[in-house]
Design a protein around this ligand. Structure first.
Ligand code: ADP
Length: 321
């Protein structure tokens, strides 16, 4: 391997820049040339490729977003475009690529590997919804951002004796909801994995707690569960407690990465380059049981993971009447 490329793909996540920096600096320190591919697979197909050096990644470890931009590229699911991308890589002398993104992006990396370009995936998503790893870049920052926002909502909910339905991100996964719900002392945590539309239980709980003198109620709702505004309306009508819905949205994707996200992203970026230097391809970096490890991409994509069962268990203990 003489020249490697790095790209970010799918949704952005805080810490991606730390990973890019690690890829560039490890590559250069291992004697490789490093090119940045902007806007994911879309940019690769458009040859939006830039030379990178140590200076191009200075002062970025602390920033959110991705300096390489990110995009979705539906065309890349077609073989003809995967072939074209591999030809473009060869034209630019790129014989290995680090892909920072989620499962969709790893699928693309695997296809590119079939076309003769060595690829290594690095898990970057705030949602934590990548089965082969207990850590994904951006999750730690996102949950801290959401937790701080919920703390603020609680202050005003308490002053006005309201109920707050707070919708957090996570697509169809409830990890962000579970963590931020526990951390902010939510009364109810709704996740797609565990919630089956039993809104009456929430209503009864709010009514019972009101009787005990509770003045505010926080319900954390995962993105995939459904319409938070509608839920707020149903709760308000049934309980008589003024209820507001707040959708935290994309603020959860931005901001300066936490210390953990910077350090783990740095480690994963470095490991990805080391794997390329060993001649490996079609692998994805993960973190499991206290260690940085790597898996075959197909094997990684076939794995599944549920919400942490013990964290789910404690929610019942900590949010009961
Ligand atoms: P994420 O990587 O966060 O899961 P997406 O699912 O949007 O995000 O995937 C990002 C990009 O990866 C897509 O826009 C597409 O270019 C590429 N991709 C996704 N699935 C495939 C696939 N089955 N084959 C090839 N490329 C894919």
């Amino acid at each position: 391997v003489k020249t490697i490329g790095v790209l970010t793909s799918g949704g952005d996540a805080p810490g991606m820049n730390a990973a890019i920096r690690a890829v560039v600096r490890t590559g250069i320190s291992n004697g490789l040339k490093v090119k940045g591919i902007r806007r994911g697979y879309a940019g690769l197909l458009e040859e939006d490729i830039i030379d990178m050096n140590n200076l191009s990644v200075s002062d970025i470890i602390q920033t959110g977003g991705t300096i390489l931009y990110t995009a979705r590229c539906l065309e890349f699911k077609k073989k003809e475009y995967q072939k074209k991308a591999a030809d473009i890589c060869r034209k630019h002398g790129i014989d290995g690529i680090v892909v920072i993104g989620g499962d969709g992006s790893f699928n693309g990396a695997s296809r590119l590997s079939e076309q003769g370009i060595n690829t290594i995936g690095v898990p970057g998503t705030i949602d934590l919804d990548i089965a082969c790893t207990e850590y994904t870049i951006g999750f730690d920052t996102a949950i801290n951002t959401a937790m701080e926002a919920i703390d603020k909502l609680r202050d005003t909910s308490e002053s006005h004796e309201r109920c707050s339905v707070v919708e957090v991100m996570g697509r169809t996964a409830g990890h962000i909801a579970l963590w931020t719900g526990i951390a902010s002392g939510a009364e109810y945590i709704l996740t797609t994995e565990k919630y089956h539309g039993d809104i009456q239980r929430i209503i009864t709980k709010i009514q019972d707690r009101r009787k005990l003198g509770k003045k505010n109620h926080i319900i954390v709702n995962a993105e995939g569960v459904g319409n938070s505004a509608e839920m707020a309306k149903i709760i308000e009508v049934a309980t008589g407690v003024e209820t507001r819905a707040t959708i935290l949205g994309h603020i959860q994707r931005g901001g300066n990465p936490t210390c953990k996200d910077r350090v783990f992203a740095s480690a994963m970026g470095t490991m990805a380059v080391e794997l390329l230097c060993e001649g490996k391809s079609n692998r994805v970096v993960g973190y499991k049981e206290g260690e940085f490890v790597d898996f075959d991409i197909q094997e990684a994509l076939s794995m599944s993971k549920d919400l942490d069962p013990y964290l789910f268990h404690i929610t019942h203990k900590l949010t009961t009447r």
